[in-house]
Design a protein. Sequence first.
Length: 375
Amino acid sequence: MSQTETPTEPQARAPVANSYRRPAVLIVLLLVGAGAATAVVLRPWEKETGQAAYQNKAVFALADVTKGDISATSLQNGKLGYAGSYKVVNNADGKLTDAPSAGQVITSGKPIYRVDGQPVIFMTGSYLPAYRALDRGLKGADVQQLNASLVALKYATRSQIDPDSDYFGKQTYWAVWRFQKAMKLEKTGSVPLGQVIFLPAKQLRITSVAATVGAGVAPGATVLEASSTERQATLKLNASQQSQVKAGDKVTVTMPTGKSTPGVVSAVGKIASTEGDKTTVDVYIKLSKPEETGALDKTPVQIAIVSGVSEDVLSVPVSALLALAGGGYAVEVVDAAGAHTLVRVETGLIDDGEGRVEVSGDGLAKGQKVAVPAS
């Protein structure tokens, strides 16, 4: 049986709040509901009877109560590009005699640029830069990343060098010797500072060239800037929503062409940044089908983040919700004869993308019609 409510004062359509749901969902609805609140300018109820009734039929339309799955979805603006941002810092002293072009891809174990005609080799490592010459007897994290790269590049086997070892021993010496021979470098078995650079990627995509071929490059100078070749989407999330988006949340990325591709939140930044009056955190998204995204960099995209799902539930358009003066929300059910009845509802998840909200209430059923503001 439907339930009627008699507000002490007519209320405009307003955003829903649900204390049992994630705050992110509430923020999404505030955005949606703000438009809905301005859509109704006439008093929707007759105070004398408590019966919901529009004075002018032109101000409302009808929408269906549907049943099915609903996702808590937040729409965000983001960018599509490449993961990682690296500065390639030179440690050799001389003139830059060769450099790659922007957009060129360099694979680990290959020369990335040349100083005085000698190649500087890119190797996969950690964020620890090369800071000293490497020779027999040394230990350290820089030696460990050298050992790991020598094994990965097939200059030594795992039985010869443990890739986790941080010791420069006899086998490291011979692996370096073989590497230098392959690169047509002087075969010394030791690595002089400036011969190798380490960056945390298997391939680098050059994004800009900071130095000029033919000019001198001093140790410590930035020669190139690069990214990885891994496709990635990013967005700047309002800092107040930081706790509502987490690694593992599913997303859909929609490109300017209208084509969509799936992904998952890989990381949410912990440090906020402020620009003007906006404080945001960075959100990083791993694409499930990166091959579908092309090669454009810093392309604007729309990102739908799904933070929860309710299955087999009733839902109505967000704009169908009415704020009751005593608190809570109702929808205005319109029967086949045109009679209007307010039905108090409990709200659940909101799908920002579809503009629908999960609802439940006495007498509310799939297939009923509810009043919404006329467009």
